[in-house]
Design a protein around this ligand. Structure first.
Ligand code: NAD
Ligand code: TYD
Length: 353
């Protein structure tokens, strides 16, 4: 079996579904705290599938993790669990330090104790895969080369600083204790089951609800978008064949300015679900106050993972964004389940002024 943490969230949930779509795949123990970002509805299609064991719990709970490792003896831990939204980290960084730093530390210590007691091939094959972000590298100028694995860490937000700290802990547990780790640093993901606080699902749902489409600052900030299914396939490749102690950057070779992304979504919706007045959804775009400390540009040089492991994304932005918009149109029940009272509280806190 493998132990996945954060497997009820956006990427972790997609990963669990991706993994178990292969009928011969090993089982998954899925540990998730079910914060506002965790949704069991994402995993509804696995009901009755004995290969998926869901455990409601915290990566910071030493007793629970120790017990799970002893009981299920996983051959790998894949750590997705995190607080992941930059804007929330600006309003309240404490949870980010607790889960992303202290939680990862606890997971590493539990993994070390468990792995130290393993013998022979079980010990050799064990892996701790830490899922991280490109935001640890800071912000690029227009003329800078995309992030390579050798770039210095220059995190600028409480979120990216907490992820950078966790990456450093993972690195140190390899160098000091020999724990067999791999780390992946990925660019912005998009796709099905994405919680609508992040740009792409927020724009799709606000558009359909007739609300304003909030664009921070001048909308010319650049992100390198990767379809979530491609992130899942990259993680599986690194878990299977990545070199121990290495980090691998994962990206889509898809740099887009935010305003371009928003306009693309509007165009697809104009075609698939036109407004009743036949105007473009683009009339709903509203430029609003910029995010404090907003990183201008992220871009990934995904050359290492391609050269060493032969991985490249399968989706282009055009194919992935169309699939994503269609998925939100086809899945109103999932959306209704996640836009609860606490979601509305967040929108008020972040956008009211
Ligand atoms: P998400 O916020 O959608 O999901 C996080 C999941 O972790 C949720 O299910 C939540 O309930 C769970 N969780 C939070 N705290 C926990 C705790 N203490 N113990 C157990 N579970 C806990 O996040 P995501 O977008 O799926 O991101 C997953 C990972 O990928 C994160 O580590 C993030 O830093 C990284 N990442 C995300 C992106 C992106 O674009 N979303 C890009 C690169 C890397
Ligand atoms: P987001 O999806 O929050 O991801 P991240 O901050 O991790 O890159 O934001 C993506 C980009 O979109 C980022 O430059 C901020 C911008 N953005 C907006 O312009 N408006 C919004 O309402 C949101 C949520 C984000």
């Amino acid at each position: 079996m493998v132990l996945v943490t954060g497997g009820a969230g956006f990427i972790g949930g997609n990963f669990v579904l991706h993994w178990l779509s292969d009928m011969s795949a090993e089982g998954i123990i899925n540990l998730d705290k079910l914060t506002y970002a965790g949704n069991l509805a994402t995993l509804a299609s696995l009901e009755g599938d004995s290969r998926h064991i869901f455990i409601h719990g915290d990566i910071g709970d030493q007793d629970l993790i120790g017990k799970l490792l002893q009981e299920y003896k996983p051959r790998a831990i894949i750590n997705f669990a995190a607080e992941s939204h930059v804007d929330r980290s600006i309003h309240g960084p404490a949870d980010f330090i607790q889960t992303n730093v202290v939680g990862t530390f606890n997971l590493l210590e539990c993994a070390r104790e468990y792995w130290s007691a393993l013998q022979g091939s079980e010990k050799e094959q064990f892996r701790f895969h830490h899922v991280s972000t490109d935001e640890v590298y800071g912000s690029l100028a227009d003329s800078d080369h995309a992030f390579r694995e050798t770039n210095p860490y220059e995190p600028n937000s409480p979120y990216s600083a907490s992820k950078a700290a966790s990456d450093h802990l993972v690195r140190a547990w390899f160098h000091t204790y020999g724990l067999p780790v791999v780390t992946t640093n990925c660019s912005n993901n998009y796709g099905p089951y994405h919680f609508p606080e992040k740009l792409i699902p927020l724009i799709i749902l606000n558009a359909l609800d007739g609300k304003l489409l909030p664009v921070y600052g001048d909308g010319q900030q650049i992100r390198d978008w990767l379809y979530v299914g491609d992130h899942c396939s990259a993680i599986r490749e690194v878990l299977a064949n990545g070199r121990l102690g290495e980090t691998y950057n994962i990206g889509g070779w898809n740099e887009k300015a935010n305003l371009e992304v928003v306009n693309t979504i509007c165009k697809i919706l104009d075609e698939l679900k036109p407004r009743t007045d036949k105007k473009s959804y683009a009339v709903q775009i509203a430029f609003i106050k910029d995010r404090p400390g907003h990183d201008r540009r992220y871009a990934i040089d995904a050359g290492k993972i391609e050269k060493e492991l032969g991985w490249r994304p399968a989706e282009t932005f055009d194919t992935g964004i169309r699939k994503t918009v269609q998925w939100y149109l086809d899945n109103p029940a999932w959306v209704q389940g996640v836009v609860t009272g606490s979601y509305h509280d967040w929108l008020e806190k972040q956008y009211l002024n």
